[in-house]
Ligand binder design. Structure first.
Ligand code: NAP
Length: 253
């Protein structure tokens, strides 16, 4: 088992529903935490709640902005001697039939859910490579296992599919440097993000704790073991049905 105490982890999406449980779980492992998010007051709340368990640095960061990402890494490097773990968890959602999905939503998803993951990884890899140690964990989505991508979620899902492909390729490139890459596919989880979805019943949801436990499982594996992909989904997920009930008349009717 990998000893996690004292390792340094940068976490994006730390202020969200899944992120908060990840922070709690990592603090419990005594991992030093660098928490990124746009809402300073939420970051401070996390520091107040979990700062007694481990060292926590909070950095205000909009992950869609390259200079904010650079600042996150340079400030982290100024305080800690390395970065051992990167948890990419920031994310936004937008449910619409594609034909009337706001372009602004599409841009936001591209920059938050795909660009920030790849760009931050690119910035962190040289540091991990130098230390010959690292673990990059992407919070992807269970929707990548639904083919074709679910209605109303095709941009969100296709970006997650791209992220999955990126991480699989990255695994092969990174393994010789002692860096692990893991994609986690949560099913529909009870968080503010799904609070915006309609018609999701409680029994279809999983709790964020299940995702956080999966992150810790991945991190704890021995040096020669890398869980490349871990799906954590509701046992009752109805794969054959769309995520959101959706009626569409045939145009010729
Ligand atoms: N909930 C689900 O059912 C589900 C299922 C599969 C996958 N996921 C994925 O899990 C991840 C977390 O989702 P969640 O359900 O926990 O969502 P959430 O509760 O809405 O949290 C979203 C997080 O992303 C951060 N974020 C969004 N835009 C950002 C930006 N521009 N810059 C910096 N941080 C930003 C938010 O931080 P601030 O607002 O504080 O900046 C917040 O911490 C996402 O990648 C999501 O796609 C969720």
């Amino acid at each position: 088992m990998c000893n996690l105490e004292g390792k340094v982890a940068v976490v994006t999406g730390s202020t969200g529903g899944i992120g908060k449980d990840i922070v709690k779980a990592l603090a419990g492992e005594k991992i030093k935490l660098v928490l990124a998010g746009r809402r300073q007051e939420k970051l401070q709340e996390l520091k107040n709640e979990f700062g007694g368990k481990t060292e926590i640095l909070t950095i205000t960061c909009d992950v869609t902005k390259k200079d904010n990402l650079k600042n996150l890494i340079s400030k982290t490097s100024g305080v800690f001697s390395g970065i051992d773990i990167l948890i990419n968890g920031a994310g936004v959602s937008s449910q619409h039939p594609f034909w009337n999905q706001p372009i602004e939503d599409i841009e936001k998803m591209i920059w938050t859910n795909y660009y920030s993951y790849v760009a931050l990884t690119r910035m962190v890899v040289p540091i991990m490579k130098q230390n010959k140690f690292g673990h990059i964990i992407n919070i992807t989505s269970g929707s990548v296992m639904v083919d074709p991508p679910p209605r109303n979620f095709i941009v969100y899902t296709s970006l997650k599919v791209a992220l999955r492909a990126f991480a699989k390729g990255l695994f092969w490139e990174m393994r010789d440097f002692g860096i692990k890459v893991t994609s986690i596919f949560p099913g529909v989880t009870s968080t503010p993000l799904t609070g915006k979805l309609k018609n999701i019943s409680e029994e279809r949801l999983i709790q964020p704790r299940a995702v956080a436990d999966t992150v810790v499982f991945a991190l704890r594996q021995p040096a020669n073991v890398c869980p490349i992909e871990l799906a954590v989904i509701n046992q009752q997920t109805p794969w054959t049905k769309p995520v959101i009930p959706f009626k569409q008349e045939h145009p010729q009717k």
